[in-house]
Design a binder for this molecule. Structure first.
Ligand code: DGL
Length: 267
């Protein structure tokens, strides 16, 4: 019976829908409960203690919704709060982050010179660099905080001249001249993946945490006998704040019509 329980996924806003979409594509039998904390977006500019507080509140909500696992589909929350969330809830349900699957992929592909763009919180945490260097001591990791990108994407500015000039300006960062791969270490950034690839003209492999996370979760749930075998998937998308522009953006992120529900767990 329990394998029919939904997968819980959360992010500060709509970025985590890129992960939800990949999960839905790979695991179409799985129901998803998504929570986007749009009231507190962006997390990437907040302190570690604040991000932890938000991540704990949402994880408690997802546990109460009877989820069979939680995916922290936000790099800022994964880097700031995963250890705490894991200690608090992993006795009850498995907790997954978006960092480990991408780190594993980069090690498997055996790169030596890695670039990374992310929010200020993710870059300041140094979590990617620490995890990559713990598995491959001499790997070089050049990280750049790109805080304009999340609000730009949330406002629908991608695949246009404004996004191109912002992206190009950031990617001129000198340490990126010698990288073999660039990690899009923010779940909003898959929306600008083509533009980033275009900037490097095929000379740099660009990786994000969508399909790698979906594959990781598939493997983990399979190991625990938690995959759903019946095609009865029903999704719920909750957000702590909703504006009309946001509804349009949410549909673009998930690439399927979704019905969004306002549910403020903070009142
Ligand atoms: N999607 C979040 C991440 O992966 C970024 C958005 C934010 O700053 O809240 O870090």
């Amino acid at each position: 019976m329990q394998e029919k329980r939904p997968i819980g996924i959360f992010d500060s806003g709509i970025g985590g829908l890129t992960v939800a979409k990949a999960i839905n594509r790979l695991l179409p039998n799985e129901s998803i409960i998504y929570y986007g904390d749009t009231k507190h977006l962006p997390y990437g500019d907040k302190s570690v203690s604040t991000i932890k507080r938000y991540a704990k509140g949402i994880s408690s909500f997802l546990v109460k919704q009877n989820c069979k696992c939680i995916i922290i589909a936000c790099n800022s929350a994964s880097t700031a709060a995963f250890s705490d969330i894991h200690s608090l809830f992993s006795n009850t349900i498995p907790i997954y982050n978006v960092v480990d699957p991408l780190v594993e992929k980069i090690i498997e592909l055996d790169y030596n010179n890695v670039g990374l763009i992310a929010t200020k919180a993710t870059v300041a945490s140094n979590v990617y660099k620490t995890k990559l260097q713990s598995k491959k001591r001499n790997i070089n990791v050049a990280s750049l905080a790109t805080p304009l990108l999340v609000p730009m994407i949330e406002e629908g500015f991608y695949k246009n001249e404004i996004s191109s000039s912002v992206i190009n300006e950031y990617l001129k960062y000198e340490p990126f001249n010698t990288i073999e791969t660039l990690l899009l270490a923010c779940t909003h950034y898959p929306l600008i993946k083509n533009e980033v690839e275009g900037y490097f003209k095929g000379k740099v492999d660009v990786h994000d945490s969508t399909d790698v996370v979906a594959q990781w979760v598939q493997k983990e749930l399979n190991k625990r006998n938690l995959l759903s075998e019946q095609n009865l998937a029903q999704h719920k998308f909750y957000f702590s704040d909703i504006t009309p522009a946001f509804k349009v953006a949410a549909k673009m992120f998930f690439e399927k019509p979704i019905s969004v529900t306002l549910h403020d767990i903070w009142v």
